[in-house]
Design a protein. Structure first.
Length: 239
DNA sequence: GCCAACGTTGGC
DNA sequence: GCCAACGTTGGC
């Protein structure tokens, strides 16, 4: 159980059908349940699916109408104690986990939650990214091996990710299981990706909308097919 | 429903 | 360690 950060945030919207650029937050339409009493914005977000949000704030969106098949997940490779809990979970830690598999618990951001719950499916490949460290970047590849299911840490009052507002018959937070596939042939740093991203902004290249830069705080991000292949090819080139 | 205050992420 | 960016909270 990787101690993920308590909340990794970012805004993204996963749009199902059409994607209009901009949606700021995904807006779950309240499925059937209309809210009685006042509901916080966050709670509103809690519901279910999303559609293009009303207030478009203008932001480019990488949200394609497609459903995603690749992802990027962030984790901290260095020891850091938060609320007396170790936040470290590196690619090596995944490697030494039983069956090289771990649940991805502790994510407390609605957009990330929606991806975990609704879109990440077994067999899909995922970049493993090291954040909050000296050299942030992509270190390896893992794979979703279990689709979204309730994150048990939300119900454990002793866990730092405990959420007293979540009920067992209507869990708020979800996680998937991921299994190590392989390390990258070479480390691909954030700096390198950033350079390419900036070039691609001008040239219209494949990394122009990379989530690491367009949604820098989202800890579970979709990666398009084009982004995935492009980054994989970087493996075979010199840094 | 707005928005100021606050908290967190995560690069640098 | 700093702090910009941005999500969340809660008063009104």
């Amino acid at each position: 159980m990787p101690p993920k950060r308590a909340s990794l945030k970012r805004k993204i919207s996963h749009c199902h059908n059409d994607c209009d650029e901009t949606n700021e937050q995904d807006v779950p339409e309240s499925v059937g349940k209309t809210k009685k009493k006042s509901v916080t914005k966050a709670e509103k977000n809690n519901t279910t699916k999303s559609f293009p949000s009303e207030k478009s704030k203008s932001k480019p969106s990488a949200c394609a109408s497609q459903s995603y098949k690749h992802w990027l997940i962030k984790s901290e490779p260095n020891s850091r104690i938060e609320n007396s809990v170790e936040m470290k979970f590196s690619f090596n830690d995944l490697q030494s986990s039983p069956n090289q598999t771990s649940s991805w618990d502790g994510v407390r951001n609605y957009q990330a939650r929606n991806f975990l719950r609704d879109q990440m499916k077994p067999g899909q490949d995922v970049f493993f990214y090291h954040s909050n460290c000296k050299e942030p970047g992509i270190v390896g590849i893992c794979q979703v091996v279990k689709e979204g299911y309730p994150d048990h840490t939300q119900f454990d009052s002793k866990n730092p990710h405990f959420d007293s507002s979540s009920q067992k018959d209507n869990p708020k937070w979800f996680m998937v299981d991921v299994k190590l596939v392989r390390p990258l042939k070479r480390f691909i740093s954030l700096a390198e990706l950033k350079g390419l991203h900036q070039e691609h902004l001008k040239s219209g290249g494949p990394l122009q909308k990379l989530g690491l830069f367009t949604r820098p705080r989202l800890s579970v991000q979709p990666i398009t097919d084009e982004e995935w292949s492009y980054i994989l090819e970087l493996e075979n080139k010199d840094a």
